[in-house]
Design a protein around this ligand. Structure first.
Ligand code: AMP
Length: 168
């Protein structure tokens, strides 16, 4: 039902990548609501105390999910964006490395975390985010996505269960 609101953009941002453009879904209130509800079902009966979102499309989905669940939202950002003391995790890209950060005091030890991003591709980004949550002493309970690109097998990189609203 939501598939028609996801637009495939071939060769973006570089040749060979089929980019999943979620902007048609975001512009459709019924579609956006269904996406948030679909992601939030990952938290059912899991005792989630925080939602962690990954910059930047992850924020668009994670923040309404946090409000839906009645828990706080925590951002994971690109290096140099968070103003207070951070933990940093690097991860491999196809060419080179990237890094993400979380505020050291963003999560309490033992907190039960729902991680949210828009797309699970190779899993490198979410695996790094999961490591940051563990470094804070919190528990990554489930990683939820709007879209999982199953043929890339990203879920195998993660140490927690995954949940996806749409699979390709
Ligand atoms: P990965 O670390 O390979 O799982 O890549 C996940 C991150 O890259 C997510 O934050 C996505 O926003 C973005 N991404 C990767 N592949 C795609 C794609 N085909 N379409 C849209 N976004 C993608």
């Amino acid at each position: 039902m939501l598939q028609h609101l996801i637009r495939d953009i071939p060769d973006f941002p570089k040749p060979g990548i089929v980019f999943k453009d979620i902007t048609p879904l975001l512009g459709n209130p019924a579609g956006f609501t269904a996406a948030i509800e679909g992601i939030a079902t990952a938290a059912k009966d899991q005792g989630i105390t925080r939602v962690v979102g990954i910059e930047s499309r992850g924020f668009i989905l994670a923040a309404p999910v946090a409000l839906r669940l009645g828990v706080g939202f925590v951002p994971i950002r690109k290096p140099g964006k968070l103003p207070c003391s951070t933990h940093r995790q690097t991860y491999a890209l196809e060419y080179g490395i990237d890094a993400i950060e979380i505020h050291r005091d963003a999560l309490q030890a033992g907190e039960r975390v729902l991680l949210v991003d828009d797309v699970l591709a190779t899993g490198g980004t979410m695996a790094a985010a999961e490591t940051l949550v563990r470094t804070c002493g919190a528990v990554p309970v489930v990683a939820a996505f709007l879209i999982e690109l199953g043929f890339l097998n990203g879920a195998a990189k993660l140490g927690c269960p995954t949940h996806a609203v749409l699979r390709y």
